[in-house]
Design a protein around this ligand. Structure first.
Ligand code: NAP
Length: 278
């Protein structure tokens, strides 16, 4: 492991779990190089300076690039930059995510949350797919907040777990949640009053579908989604039981798995470095 060289993109790696994941993977794998994909280059530079205090030589192994996954133009510029400067990379860690504070809820909250956590994450992944080397990896930081138990309708649960569910079908489920919030029938239809949880249920489910994608399988690309645990970051606040460093353990575990598909693990949801049910 220590001698192989890989290039890994981590989105939202200027702080929180993205940052600690960069720190953990880079300190354990001295030959790995990284692309810190961040909304603000200035914040990325500050974070990299801080990281250089604990990981020797890290500045030579990291390039910072601008990326806002809620903005298609930014995604296109980023993908073009990766293509021009690297050709291909070995792994994409989709960490960037957002949550409204408190119990903010409503159509605008759902639309904004899904724009980053679901649509933006998928748009980046789909546009990056061809730039990931054969035998590479796609890791999504999902969440246990996106479990099926959030749904009170058995019919909805069945639709999410349907083995024949397609990406288009999943998009319809995401759209249906939004529509039921707009017409205020979401509770009676079995959806919860939780935009973050639903965006994560959708992205957790997307990983399962992407893991079965013909092209992905043909190219031996591993796909995983994980919950890092409830960690003290700007998103989760100071009362969470785990540190931001703890949150890096499962994403690092997935990146350090052998670089070949294991059929039992492909597309699965991981918690505490183990496959868990959604
Ligand atoms: P955080 O400290 O708030 O960090 C979020 C990171 O995502 C920041 O770098 C942020 O950039 C970036 N980001 C947000 N929106 C973005 C966008 N549209 N485009 C690009 N980057 C964007 O949160 P965190 O707790 O580390 O969360 C990281 C991931 O873990 C998220 O996907 C989150 O849902 C997931 N997660 C966290 C917990 C937890 O307990 N903390 C639990 C389960 C899952 P800026 O600095 O520019 O805002």
């Amino acid at each position: 492991m220590k001698n192989i060289s890989k290039t890994i993109i981590i989105t939202g790696s200027n702080k929180g779990i993205g940052y600690t994941t960069l720190k953990r993977i880079s300190s354990r794998n001295p030959k790995f190089n990284f692309i810190m994909a961040v909304r603000s280059i200035e914040n990325g530079e500050k974070a990299l300076s801080e990281l250089s205090q604990s990981v020797e030589g890290i500045k030579e192994r990291v390039k910072i690039a601008q990326l806002d996954i809620s903005d298609s133009k930014s995604i296109d510029n980023f993908v073009e930059w990766v293509s021009k400067n690297y050709g291909k990379v070995d792994a994409l860690i989709n960490n960037a995510g957002m949550a409204f504070k408190g119990d903010a809820f409503g159509a605008d909250v759902v639309a904004t949350t899904f724009k980053t956590n679901y649509y933006g994450t998928i748009e980046l992944t789909e546009k990056m797919k061809n730039l990931i080397n054969d035998n590479g990896k796609i890791v999504i930081i999902g969440s246990s907040a996106g479990k099926l138990s959030r749904l009170t309708s058995e019919e909805l649960k069945n639709r999410f777990t349907d083995p024949n569910l397609t990406k288009e079908g999943l998009d319809l489920l995401a759209k249906e949640f939004y529509d039921r919030v707009v017409d205020n029938t979401y509770l009676e239809k079995g959806w919860p009053r939780n935009s973050y949880g639903m965006s994560k249920l959708c992205i957790n489910t997307y990983a399962r579908l992407l893991g079965k994608d013909e092209e992905i399988l043909k190219r031996n690309i591993q796909v995983y989604v994980c919950c890092p645990g409830w960690c003290r970051t700007d998103m989760a606040g100071p009362n969470a039981p785990l540190s931001a460093d703890d949150g890096a353990i499962t994403p690092t575990y997935l990146i350090e798995l052998p670089w070949e598909i294991n059929k039992d693990l492909q597309g699965q949801f991981f918690y505490e470095c183990k496959v868990a049910s959604l």
